[in-house]
Design a protein around this ligand. Structure first.
Ligand SMILES: [Cu+2]
Length: 167
């Protein structure tokens, strides 16, 4: 009688145990995934620098290369040196260099987009003091994916001389 009761209970106990194991496995994989996400940010930013500015110059520029792991748009940028940052594009139009603001910058999965002097750049407005060589500038870049999810990628970079070229 006692044995019969035990054996009828066993399947229930087993399924509870396996539910626990599955639960733990899910939690473990979530932890592993978030650790992985930290190692591999949504958008990798390389070759980043801010151009040194002169006293009295109220605007500056920052350059960098983006490589995204999925299709995203850069929608907003904030910086430690100013609140007014815009994404700009420079183009030759009838021998005149024209600059215009982009509402957002589209990044296609796996395709590097480079911001460099004479082309795309981040324009820093309303500088209250000159950006000096060696100074640290931090940015927060907001990327929006096709589902509308926003990811903020922080970046810390340094000010380099205007003639600086990156290879
Ligand atoms: Cu500009």
């Amino acid at each position: 009688m006692k044995n019969k009761t035990l054996s009828s209970l066993q399947p229930t106990l087993l399924s509870i145990t396996s539910a626990w194991i599955i639960g733990i496995a899910i939690i473990m994989s979530l932890i592993a995934n978030s650790a992985l996400a930290e190692d591999k940010p949504l958008v990798q930013i390389s070759d980043h620098w801010v151009r040194a500015s002169h006293p009295g110059q109220a605007v500056g520029a920052a350059y960098m290369t983006f490589k995204s792991h999925k299709d995203v748009k850069l929608t907003h940028v904030s910086a430690s040196v100013t609140k007014a940052v815009e994404v700009h594009e420079m183009k030759m139009v009838n021998d005149i260099m024209k600059m215009r603001q982009l509402e957002s910058l589209t990044l296609h999965k796996g395709q590097a987009v480079t911001l460099k002097p004479g082309g795309l750049h981040l324009m820093l407005f309303d500088l209250t003091k000159p950006l000096e060589v060696g100074e640290t500038v931090s940015f927060e870049l907001c990327f929006e994916d096709q589902a509308g999810d926003i990811t903020i990628v922080p970046l810390t970079t340094t000010v380099k001389a205007a003639g600086h070229s990156h290879h």
